[in-house]
Design a protein around this ligand. Structure first.
Ligand code: UDP
Ligand code: MG
Length: 341
């Protein structure tokens, strides 16, 4: 049985409990600088939860190495040797944050009742983890970590994030503002999530579509422990653009309206030119001509590229390529399947 969280049967006076098995999934891309500290913090939290019997001893911390080029993977392996709570998954190359999360949830979901995803730099509040599990045990299948204060982020990041959520809302994409990828999903939610086969993954858009009992827990986001962001501006913009084009065709519609507007303006110009022609003062020079030519040319190029983006997405989807390739999986144990249930 997966769904019930704690079973308490009193058989002949003996209390038998089935504890929740939790896996904390941590995507890592060149995180050697922060990994030892984050691992120690997460271990302390999880060990404490095991000690107070909030979660079972089979609970784990799973690091997904997303093709790091630094010492991240050897550090993960070292952690595995040092403590049985740690385990690792290695991608054959970099497949991106969202895919690392998907892979972690898929692998961990097979052996856990619930999975929490958290970034390796521990910008998200790790102290929320026990509260998330408590919420799950209270009957919530989805628990979202939401930042109530972004003061640790730069002004620029805050401003772009605000613009992004505003834009997404206008385009009809349901997002939970200030919720990133720090969340708990129960096994049923994960099973459903795995049915979403799209190559262009945008978890923040998909998770609210899953439904289930959902709770939001608020926390303060901290600055990065060390190292630098793996989401520089270019990657952030492409992530936002991906999010929009994966969920909405509003940009294509906007191009259409713009096109109609431009045609309208040019019609007015034509009328104006005709009037000038008949009143005897023909417009001389080529300025007006060049401006409209370049303007229209620009609009057409933008229009084509937006449509191209969608066609590119369709192309990527129809190929059905794997979203990620796992080179090594230290989590999936041969005997553990038998131990569970
Ligand atoms: N990450 C990843 N693959 C990538 C980029 C990032 O697995 O290609 C991981 C990264 O190691 C971190 C998380 O995604 O655990 C979020 O990245 P980061 O903290 O750099 O983003 P920010 O908090 O600046 O948005
Ligand atoms: Mg971060």
């Amino acid at each position: 049985m997966y769904d019930a969280v704690i079973y308490r049967f009193i058989i002949g006076g003996v209390l038998i409990m089935k504890l929740t098995t939790l896996t904390i999934v941590v995507p890592c891309y060149n995180e050697a600088e922060v990994l030892p500290t984050s691992a120690a913090t997460l271990r302390r939290i999880l060990q404490n939860m095991i000690d107070i019997q909030q979660v079972s001893q089979k609970s784990k911390i799973l690091f997904v190495n997303d093709g790091s080029r630094d010492k991240t993977w050897s550090l993960i392996q070292q952690l595995e040797r040092d403590n049985a709570l740690f385990t690792g998954l290695k991608f054959s190359r970099n497949f991106g944050h969202q895919n690392a999360l998907m892979a972690g949830m898929k692998v961990a979901g097979k052996y856990s009742d619930c999975v929490i995803t958290i970034d390796a730099d521990l910008q998200d509040d790790e102290n929320l983890i026990p509260k998330m599990v408590a919420s799950y045990q209270g009957g919530n299948e989805v628990v979202l970590g939401v930042r109530n204060d972004r003061s640790s982020d730069s002004h620029f990041k805050r401003w772009t994030a605000e613009a992004f959520y505003g834009l997404m809302g206008k385009m009809g994409v349901q997002l939970v503002p200030d919720h990133a990828d720090f969340r708990l999903l129960g096994r049923r939610a994960i099973d459903v999530l795995m049915e979403y086969q799209e190559t262009n993954l945008f978890l923040r858009g998909i998770v609210p579509q899953l439904g289930f009992n959902t709770e939001k827990l608020y926390y303060q986001r901290k600055p990065r422990l060390a190292g630098e962001t793996k989401y520089p501006l270019k990657k952030m913009l492409s992530f936002a653009f991906d999010g929009i084009t994966s969920f909405s065709i509003a940009p294509v519609k906007a191009i259409m309206s713009l096109g109609i507007l431009v045609i309208g303006i040019s019609l007015i110009m034509v009328i104006y030119a005709i009037v000038r022609f008949f009143t005897g003062n023909v417009i001389s020079g080529w300025t007006s001509l060049m401006i409209s030519l370049w303007f229209l040319g620009g609009i057409q190029l933008v229009g084509i590229s937006v449509i191209g983006e969608y066609i590119g997405k369709i192309y990527a989807e129809v190929k059905h390529r794997p979203r990620y390739i796992i080179e090594q999986d230290d989590y999936t144990p041969t005997q553990q399947t038998a131990q569970l249930n």
